[in-house]
Design a protein around this ligand. Sequence first.
Ligand code: HEM
Length: 342
Amino acid sequence: MKNMKIKNTFVMSLIAFSISNVYALENAATSGSITAAKPVTEQIVDTLTKLAGGPHAGYRANHAKGIVVLGEFTPAKSAASITKAAHLQTTKSSVIVRFSDATGVPTIPDADGNAFPKGIAIRFTLPDSTTTDIVSISTNGFPAATPEDFLGLLNAVAASGADAPKPAPIETFLGTHPAAKAFVTMPKLPPVSFATQGFYGVNAFKFTNAKGETQYGRYRIMPVKGQHFLSAEAAKKTTPNYLFEDLPKRLAKKPVQYKLSVQLADKTDNVNDATAVWPDSRKQVLLGTLTLKTVDADGVKFEKATMFNPLTLVDGIEASEDPILLARPAAYAVSYGRRLNK
Ligand code: HEM
């Protein structure tokens, strides 16, 4: 009995000690006497939110404006040559796909240069209810090879307002980061439709087939009808939601299809650097056909309640060591948590 009292007193004082320390830390942090070490991924979400003039309650910190559609995926015979992944063998899967504009601005006009790159998030559901995601963008490559560099780029943009010193922080950053410069200066022609936009996986994955053979590759999702873009003149005449109005109209007439394939890495290709674009001459293996049929009537509810995750993988597909890929789930989870709390 006596012992228990001692233990309890000890536990209580430990709790009191911890609580007072938490308050002390919080006070110190808010008074600016120490810097609370936020993970880089959370800092990225903070800067994305700031750049978007947010927080925009209930929306994603990036790719906030989206539309959700439903369809199916039919695997191609060639898929089994590179992977034993269940959804890439013989069985069809149902898919739910979210197309999006970049930035955390939920009302961004579709043809705005900042609404680039476009995004596609695909969730495959297998007959046994297993799910796996592919999350890709409309550029072949990323502006940064590490989350730290991505944060540096975003912070440089945020610090480069009209009253910024000259040279602006973004000019200095781009001067020392050629991949970021190539990304921000590439032409940003908006697509005619999401149905005429191609998408790239950007990050590499390791594929293993039934014989245990492995190779690295990056996804490509290309519209069956080819890629078509608007001229700069035509882009100026678009309505703010032209892509989001076009897709339901197209689907009401007929399905929209894409070919999913993998661009295989050569021995000389860097599989862990999202800024390193591999030559187009690399072999591509067809994985199958994505057939989108209807707009999801519950899409708004679904997109709020769902976090697509490029690392929700199945046997036969593994992550590479690309630091950008490995950072993504943590950043998405921060954005997801904030979205759910609104
Ligand atoms: C460190 C690098 C990256 C960071 C920090 C980042 C951050 C984010 C965040 C915070 C979201 C919102 C997620 C949510 O709330 O559910 C998001 C969404 C998205 N990101 Fe990234 N991202 C990164 C790299 C990439 C790359 C390399 C790609 C494409 C290959 C990509 C494609 C997308 C797409 C398509 C969405 C929308 C997904 C959806 O529809 O739910 N991101 N990103």
